[in-house]
Each structure stands twice: as structure tokens, then as C-alpha cells.
Design a protein. Sequence first.
Lengths: 144, 144
Amino acid sequence: MKDPLIGLPGYVLRRAAAAALAELNERLAPLALRHSDASFLILIDASPGITQSTAGRILDIQRANMVPFLARLERRGWVKRKKVDGRTQGLMLTSEGRSVLAKTRAIIEDFEAGLIKRVPRKLRAGVLPILLALWNRPTEEVDP
Amino acid sequence: MKDPLIGLPGYVLRRAAAAALAELNERLAPLALRHSDASFLILIDASPGITQSTAGRILDIQRANMVPFLARLERRGWVKRKKVDGRTQGLMLTSEGRSVLAKTRAIIEDFEAGLIKRVPRKLRAGVLPILLALWNRPTEEVDP
DNA sequence: TATTGTTATACTCTATAACTATA
DNA sequence: TATAGTTATAGAGTATAACAATA
């Protein structure tokens, strides 16, 4: 039985992402982390003092959904908040957070390397440009 | 504020898929369909008489999750079941199902065309081969 | 014994509306 | 008036375990 959807880039994009995410979550499971936690830790580390609104905008996580998300990371002692003004709080990794991030980075690098290795050598240079292009919503009719 | 994850193919793959899916769901909303419904209708149409177990295996939907999924499509009069033997039932589109599928296909074709148009011309030939390669789990160390 | 369909259940992710307190 | 953080809630999507009926 063949999959009649296999010629549709949108469908294959979804399946590829789902498979990759499942694999990454498996690999992160020993740290009791999910891929979303990992991306969040990386972002805070790259931008210490970032607010949760800004972080949410970058990662495309709604403000409302950041709350339980952040609460968990804080409860586990990986992220701390520091008041910036009366309504804003900057996010920082704790030293424990940096420690778990180091392990996380190792797992992610291994995962990403494995991902790219599935692609035939000759096509590898196109992977990131194509994915970035697919990601961006059409702005003007460039290269129609 | 830059996204420090933008160099990771796995991350961009996820974001690209999420954005594409959201857009497709928007486009399908007038038909009160979701992308998962659409792929299911296409599959049944391509393989009339397929069982839900087989369909679930192809689409990577668990048997247990097929039940409410199929029930909705049947309730809306788009899919009917026919007993094959005592425990197996073949799935078929109703004429109403074929009618909604025709509209669905038009939306999907337009969506897929828009998706591919985001990619610079020179890279387009690589899109599907790369996505298919990323989808497949590594078997042996081919092309390391 | 293995498979099909089913029920029940739980967790993640996402989406929206509305509230508060601050800027 | 707009924004940051929060609460509550709902709907997809996905995962597992267990069961009955049948092959």
C-alpha cells in the first residue's frame, strides 16, 4: 500500500518534522526535558535578561502558554527571574540551568548531525536555505 | 533580538512545518476541515476499501486515535464503512465525501504551489528529495 | 496467538478571552 | 491606551494500557 501523499511537500514536511521531533524528545528524555524546554534554555542563555514576552515572540509561544512552561523550568531550578520594572521580569539561567544546558547541547548537536546525515551529500548545502525559505511566509512575489 | 536557533535544521524544520500547517488549516477552515482530515480523505480515495488499521499505519495515526477521527468523518457523511469480515471493515468515500474532497484538493494544490514558490528557483528541485530524506529514519550509515 | 476495532485516559501543544497591574 | 504577566479553559494531536471479538 503506497502513500498517495508522498509527492506533497507540505505533507512530507509535516511527517519529517514529526519524526524528527519524536526522535529528539526520545534523546532528551534521560534529562526529563522536551524539545521545547531545550530551545527555551538555549534562547535564555543567548539572551540573558530576556523577558518572557520577547522570548515567546521569538519562539512563537503565546504569552499565556509561557506561564506553566516557565513555572516548570523555575521549579526545577534552571531558570530564575529578576524584576526589571513593575511589570517586566528578566530571565536568566541558574548555574544548574547552565549545567543541564551543556548536556542538552551535546544531545542536540548529535541529533542535528544525525539529521543532516540522512540527506545525500550533494543535497546537504540546500537543507537549511530550503527550510528557512519554507518557514518564511511569502512577503512579496519574489522569484515567482 | 535574533533567534539563536535559526542555524539548527531540526528547529527550522519544526517551525517551517508548524507555520505551513497553520496556514493550511486556515485555508481548509471554510470547509470545516483540518489537514489531518484532508490527508485521510485523499488516502481513502486513493485506496478504496482500505481498513482503518492500514490507513493508520500509513498516516502514522494510532489505532486508538482513529476511532474518534473516523467517527467524525462518518457522522458528517463523507466516509462509510463496509464489513470485510467479522473484525475488519473497509472504508469508502460517499459521493458527498468525493465532493468535499474535490474542493479540498483545489485548496491543497494552491497551498502546495504557494509553499514551493517561497523557495528560490534554483533550490526547488531539492525540496522534496531533502524532505523525504529528513523524514526517513536512518537505516544503515549511508553516505556518512 | 496475533490482529481489528474499541474504550478510557493522560499529557503536550496550541488558541482565545479576560483579568490585574503597571508603563 | 498599550503592554507584561497571569488565570482559566478548550481543542487538537498523540501516547499507552486494556478489553472483546475474530482470524
